[in-house]
Design a protein around this ligand. Structure first.
Ligand code: GTQ
Length: 351
């Protein structure tokens, strides 16, 4: 027997001695690594995140019901959070990303505030509601991708005659992990300083920028990426190149001034999969949230087949292989923490 080990006792004695030792050092907030080493430093990602699909047909009536129970003003943000089944109670769709469906009814206003978290809006239903970014108003259409950069005042309003729903994607869990969150209520109202997003698109949306422009943040100065343009780009690609075996025709949204990600903490993408596409298996370390814009198909992941249609949302956890298949032309928006992983030299993919 090793001379350094406590000698003379039975295995039971040793187990008891160890437990007593752990208790003793535990009182001073110390704990032995060897009891947890292999669940801590795992061979591969060991995410609690599970694959799941949220069907629009199921959540839309609940969104409408939420509209009868609380106003946008009272709620501040009237949102149904999409909570990953493996992360219940933790207000997130993946370990690192938040997703919620926000409803704003005709005539409503969701009041101004700002926070450290970055947000994206991906428009799913309705037409003509707006959001503001430091007083600049964007009127949103289905399929548009809109950025609310970190620490910019934003409010949402609906002067149209129909309800509007968009998906909110935020980096809340990342900012929480880092304990770097701040928030502040705003006093701006929709009537002040609304200049319209067309000027934003004119400044930054044409592979040009205003002379003398200097960025003050890493977030894209372009905050509105209209679907019309994205859709046309994908359609043009489809005519000029073969689809990638895993992801079809796929573009990532960029900050047009730096060429880097549009949001420093959230990678955003749009892809077109032709009808009857049979994607090959793919996996990556960034758990990914998909929003179906157009088309029908399925995501085959593990033992599950997630059959999707327009406005459904589904999630593919880190490092789980999955295949995308379609029955009609399909457009998918997606987002993940890829920029964070890339910045830290952690991101991996395999196909
Ligand atoms: O619109 O500002 O879904 O602050 C969660 C937190 C939306 C928003 C959310 C937020 C917002």
């Amino acid at each position: 027997m090793n001379a350094m080990l406590a000698t003379g006792g039975s295995p039971d004695d040793l187990a008891q001695q160890r437990r007593a030792f752990y208790d003793r050092i535990g009182q001073a907030h110390c704990t032995p690594l060897w009891e947890v080493l292999h669940s801590l430093v795992t061979k591969e990602p060991n995410t609690p995140c599970l694959p799941n699909l949220w069907r629009w047909d199921q959540v839309w009536p609940w969104l409408q019901e939420s509209g009868t129970l609380i106003s946008a003003m009272e709620a501040e943000r009237r949102v149904l959070v999409l909570e990953n089944p493996g992360l219940r109670g933790r207000t997130r769709i993946t370990h690192s990303m938040y997703a919620g469906l926000q409803l704003i009814l005709p005539g409503e206003l969701a009041p101004s505030h700002r926070h450290s978290q970055s947000a994206l809006r991906f428009i799913m239903h309705g037409a003509g509601a707006y959001t503001t970014v430091d007083g600049e108003r964007v009127t949103m259409q289905v399929g548009d991708f809109v950025i609310t950069p970190s620490w910019t005042f934003h409010e949402h309003g609906n002067e149209s005659s129909e309800p509007m729903v968009w998906l909110d994607g935020l980096d809340l869990p990342v900012v929480e992990l880092l304990d770097a969150q701040f928030r502040e209520d705003g006093s701006r109202t929709a009537t002040e300083a609304d200049r319209g997003a067309n000027a934003n698109l004119a400044r930054f949306g044409n592979t040009m920028k205003p002379v003398g422009f200097r960025s003050r943040s890493r977030t894209s100065p372009l905050f509105w990426y209209p679907y019309e343009r994205t859709r046309e780009a994908l359609q043009t690609l489809r005519r000029s190149e073969d689809p990638h075996a895993c992801w079809g025709h796929k573009l990532q949204y960029t900050n047009p001034v730096t060429g880097d990600w549009a949001i420093p903490t959230i990678g955003t993408f749009m892809q077109l999969l032709p009808a009857d596409f049979r994607g090959t298996s793919y996996r990556s370390t960034d758990s990914t949230v998909y929003v179906v814009v157009e088309g029908e198909g399925r995501c085959v992941i593990g033992e599950q087949v997630l059959a999707f249609g327009p406005k459904d949302v589904f999630v593919c956890p880190s490092w789980m292989p999955y295949r995308l298949e379609t029955s009609s032309d399909t457009v998918l928006f997606s987002y993940s923490d890829r920029p964070v992983q890339e910045a830290l030299d952690l991101w991996r993919e395999q196909y």
